[in-house]
Design a protein around this ligand. Structure first.
Ligand SMILES: O=C1C[C@@H](O)[C@H](O)[C@@H](O)C1=O
Ligand code: CO
Length: 298
């Protein structure tokens, strides 16, 4: 289905140690995490909180295991802080990723985000940008896109539960309000399905702007409970709302079909944060690798 010179397969460290709740998997070492990624058959990774920030040290540890850095998350605060603050932090992050050989920078607006608040109900209290917030956000994203282009890189925007860009309508407003040359999209199956969006419609609509993919599956029974019991995002993750592709409600075959027919080039990143004490990260990485081989041929 895919030409495997164009699509590479990575896995995020968040299944081993969770960046949003570092106590989940706090005991797992960086070396164990990257060794298991390689052993499970992946060739790339994103960057977790235990990864060394010294690029030479990180490159050596990764290349020993045949791994590359696909990208890393950046939190912007365009709607709540002066642009310069986001821009300074962004340039540092961009330069680190450039040095590591990544081509895309994952960006998520965290102004008024509730994704890190364990007591805040996810569906009831999701932030909504005001019109003034949208202007700050869209202008800021374009500027970040220009800063990325200085290094021949792209920003890929991460729509996310509990943030101002979660729903299909919010993704539309972002895509319509920005220049495709400056702002691209990260497609995360798990966040769209958990939010109740039509993930295939979003994929078909924005295929030409998608330059990074997070493969995440959703456990339907847990997602239902989160809505019924007004749970927070972090409680949902702890309860196992996300899992690896092939283990939840999403059929990834049509997703792979659309991506392959469109000639997608870039990374697929398996990203399935759950409690590693319940879901052994190595076992789930192997399971994901096998499912992707069976369904996409990669
Ligand atoms: O890409 C991601 C990064 C995480 O920190 C986040 O919370 C997760 O859900 C995600 O999709
Ligand atoms: Co993601």
């Amino acid at each position: 289905m895919f030409n495997d010179n164009q699509v590479k397969l990575a896995i995020a460290p968040i299944g081993w140690t969770n960046d949003d709740m570092p106590e989940l998997g706090g005991e797992v070492t960086f070396e164990q995490c990257i060794s298991e990624m390689a052993l499970a058959g992946f060739s790339g990774s994103e960057v977790g909180n235990k990864y060394p920030r010294d690029t030479e040290v990180l490159k050596k540890a990764l290349s020993l295991r045949g791994l590359e850095i696909a990208s890393a998350w950046f939190s912007s605060f365009l709607t709540t802080k002066p642009f310069e603050e986001t821009a300074e932090a962004f340039k540092e992050h961009r330069d680190f990723l450039y040095e590591m050989g990544a081509k895309v920078i994952v960006v998520s607006e965290q102004g008024n985000s509730i994704q890190g608040q364990i007591e805040t109900p996810l569906f009831e209290q999701k932030p909504v940008f005001s019109d003034q917030g949208w202007t700050l956000f869209l202008d800021g994203m374009q500027w970040l896109g220009e800063l990325a282009a200085e290094k021949d890189m792209k920003i890929v925007y991460h729509h996310h539960m509990g943030t101002g860009v979660q729903t299909s309508e919010e993704i539309d407003r972002l895509m319509e309000g920005t220049d495709p040359e400056k702002v691209s999209l990260l497609y995360d199956t798990g966040h769209l399905v958990f939010s109740g969006e039509d993930h295939l419609e979003v994929l078909n609509k924005y295929m030409d702007r998608i330059y990074h993919v997070h493969l995440k599956d959703v456990r339907a029974d847990v997602a239902k409970k989160v809505r019924e019991e007004n749970m927070s995002f972090l409680q949902a993750v702890k309860d196992g709302v996300f899992t690896v592709p092939g283990d939840g409600q999403i059929d990834f075959k049509p997703v792979f079909q659309v991506l392959s027919e469109a000639g997608y080039k870039g990374w697929f990143v398996v990203e399935a944060e759950q409690d590693p004490a319940i879901a052994n990260p190595f076992e789930y990485a192997v399971k994901a690798r096998q499912y992707i081989r069976e369904t996409s041929g990669l």
